[in-house]
Design a protein around this ligand. Structure first.
Ligand code: ADP
Ligand code: MG
Length: 467
C-alpha cells in the first residue's frame, strides 16, 4: 500500500504504514500483493478516512474481503476514525506503477499477481496461517436451544479432533447465526492446546488461492501444504456451487485428509442434501460425519446474547432496551450485535445513558428497514402476548380487569398507530360501540399519567409495533 501521496499528514501516513504492515502479516504476502498493495491513502475528513483503489473491481473486492478489518485497524490506530471509505481513484490519482487490467464483468475471477518464484514456498505458508478472530471463542458464544447441538459438536471436535462419527463436521444454518464464530472457536481451542496445525479459510478464499497457485505454477506446494494440516476448516462451502474445478480440487483434498485421519470442518447455508449444484459424490461424503444445524434464534436466545454483549461492553443497557431490540431485530445475530454496538458507541461518545428514546433515534435507519404498516390484528396479538391473555379475549364480552385492561390498551394503540376511525376500531373488537373505544383511549391516557410502570409497558408496546 503506498503511503500518503503528497503533503500528507505524517501521523496519518505513519498510522497507514502500520496498518498496511499489519494487513500484510495477517493475510500473507501473496494475498497482500494481489489485493492490497495498490491501495493509496486518500483524504481524511472528520471521522472518515478514504482509501483509493485503481479499479472498481479491486475496490469491491477489498470492501467485501477486508473492509471490516480495515475499519477495525484504523479505529484502533486512531479512535476518532470510525469509517473507512473505499473509492476508485480518478486517473490523476493513480500511482506510477502499472496496474493490472480490470477484468470484464463477465469474467469475475481476477488474475492474481504472480509471486516471484523464490518467495513462493514461504508465501504459501504464511498465506495459509489465517488469523482467527480473537473474539470468536467458545467462551463468548451464547448457547441456547437453537444452537446447542452445533455448539456441542464443535466443542467435541475441538477436544478430540478426528473422532469417529464427527468427521467431517458439517455445520449449517442461515446467515449470521454463528457458523463462522463456532469454526474460529474450534480453531482457537485447538491452537491453545498446541501441537496441532489448523487451516481455516472461506471457500471463496480457497478458490482464489487455488487459482493463484495455478497462475504461479505452485499447485504442488498448495496441495502439499493443505494436505499436511491436522485440521482443515472451510467456511461457506455453498460458494463452490458451479465452480467445478475448485470443487474437484477440494474433493481430492478432502479425501486425502480424511483418509489420513485428519479432521475436516465445513460450514454452509444449507444441509449437504440441499446443496444442489455440488457434485453428488462430494455431497455424499460431506454428509458422512456429523451434520449439525443452527436454527433461527428465539427471543430467549436473542435476549441472552444481548445481555452477554452488553455486560462485556461495560455500558449499562436497560432491560427494556434489550427486550425492544430482541423483539425488533429478529433476522440474525450479526444485525442484533451491530445495533447494540452502535448504541454502546453512541453512549460512550456522548456520555449519555441509553434509553428507549435514544435507542429509537440512534437506530432509526435499522429500525426503519424493519418497518411495516401496523394492523389492528397485529396490535391485538402483541398486546395479548404481552399480558398473556387469549387473542379471542380481544373481542370477547369478558369484563374481568385482567382482560379488559389489555383490551383497552389495544384499542388505544389502534387509535394511535392506525388511521382507522373509532367505529372501525370498535368493530374489530367484537363489534363494540365507538364510545367504548373513546372511553378506552382516555382511560389508558389517564392511567399512563398516574402509573409509571404501566406507561412504560404501553410505550414499549407502541415502539415495538411502530418502528
Ligand atoms: P455466520 O457465519 O453463521 O453467518 P457469524 O458466526 O459470523 O455467522 O456470526 C455473526 C455475528 O454474530 C458474530 O459477530 C458472532 O460473534 C455473533 N454470534 C452469532 N451467534 C452467536 C452466539 N450464539 N453467541 C454470541 N455471538 C454470536
Ligand atoms: Mg460466516
Amino acid at each position: 500500500m503506498a503511503p500518503v501521496s503528497s503533503g500528507g499528514n505524517g501521523l496519518l501516513a505513519d498510522a497507514w504504514a502500520r496498518i498496511a504492515e499489519r494487513m500484510r502479516t495477517e493475510v500473507g504476502d501473496v494475498e497482500y500483493r494481489t489485493w492490497l498493495q495498490q491501495i493509496v491513502l486518500g483524504p481524511v475528513e472528520e471521522d472518515e478516512v478514504t482509501l483509493l483503489l485503481p479499479t472498481r473491481f479491486l475496490r469491491d473486492w477489498v470492501r467485501t474481503q477486508y473492509g471490516d478489518r480495515l475499519n477495525t485497524l484504523w479505529n484502533q490506530e486512531i479512535p476518532a476514525i470510525r469509517r473507512v471509505e473505499l473509492q476508485v481513484m480518478r486517473p490523476g490519482e493513480r500511482p506510477a506503477a502499472p496496474i493490472a487490467a480490470e477484468p470484464s464483468e463477465s469474467a469475475p475471477v481476477p488474475e492474481p499477481a504472480a509471486a516471484p518464484v523464490s518467495d513462493r514456498a514461504s508465501d504459501m505458508r504464511s498465506d495459509l496461517a489465517v488469523p482467527l478472530d480473537p473474539r470468536f471463542t467458545f467462551d463468548t458464544f451464547v448457547v441456547g436451544k437453537p444452537n446447542e447441538f452445533a455448539y456441542a459438536c464443535a466443542r467435541r471436535v475441538a477436544e478430540k479432533p478426528s473422532s469417529v462419527g464427527f468427521n467431517p463436521l458439517f455445520l449449517y444454518g442461515g446467515v449470521g447465526l454463528g457458523k463462522t464464530h463456532l469454526m474460529h472457536a474450534i480453531g482457537a481451542e485447538l491452537m491453545r492446546n498446541g501441537g496441532i496445525s489448523v487451516a481455516y479459510m472461506s471457500a471463496e478464499k480457497f478458490m482464489y488461492r487455488f487459482i493463484a497457485a495455478i497462475r504461479s505454477q505452485s499447485t504442488v506446494e498448495f496441495k502439499d501444504h493443505l494436505r499436511s494440516v491436522d485440521v482443515l476448516m472451510i467456511d461457506d462451502l455453498q460458494f463452490l456451487i458451479g465452480k467445478d474445478n475448485t470443487q474437484e480440487e477440494f474433493f481430492h483434498t478432502f479425501n486425502a485428509l480424511v483418509d489420513a485421519g485428519r479432521q475436516i470442518v465445513v460450514s454452509a447455508d444449507k444441509s449437504p442434501s440441499d446443496l444442489s449444484g455440488l457434485e453428488d459424490r462430494l455431497r455424499t461424503r460431506l454428509g458422512c460425519g456429523m451434520v449439525a444445524d443452527i436454527h433461527a434464534t428465539t427471543f430467549e436466545l436473542r435476549i441472552s446474547i444481548l445481555e452477554a454483549k452488553a455486560t462485556a461492553s461495560g455500558v449499562h443497557v436497560p432491560g427494556k432496551v434489550l427486550e425492544f431490540l430482541a423483539h425488533k431485530i429478529t433476522s440474525n445475530v450479526r444485525e442484533l450485535e451491530g445495533a447494540l454496538n452502535r448504541l454502546i458507541a453512541h453512549a460512550n461518545l456522548f456520555g449519555r445513558p441509553i434509553t428507549l428514546e435514544s435507542t429509537q433515534d440512534v437506530l432509526h435507519d435499522i429500525l426503519k428497514a424493519h418497518d411495516r404498516r401496523v394492523t389492528i390484528e397485529e396490535i391485538q396479538r402483541k398486546v395479548a402476548e404481552h399480558w398473556n391473555i387469549r387473542l379471542t379475549d380481544m373481542s370477547s364480552a369478558r369484563r374481568a380487569r385482567a382482560v379488559a385492561r389489555p383490551r383497552q390498551v389495544a384499542m388505544y394503540l389502534a387509535k394511535q398507530l392506525t388511521s382507522r376511525s373509532l367505529p372501525e376500531i370498535g368493530r374489530k373488537f367484537g363489534n363494540r360501540d365507538h364510545t367504548t373505544v373513546m372511553h378506552a383511549v382516555s382511560r389508558v391516557q389517564e392511567l399512563m399519567e398516574r402509573d409509571g410502570a404501566f406507561a412504560e409497558d404501553v410505550e414499549l408496546l407502541r415502539r415495538m409495533l411502530e418502528s
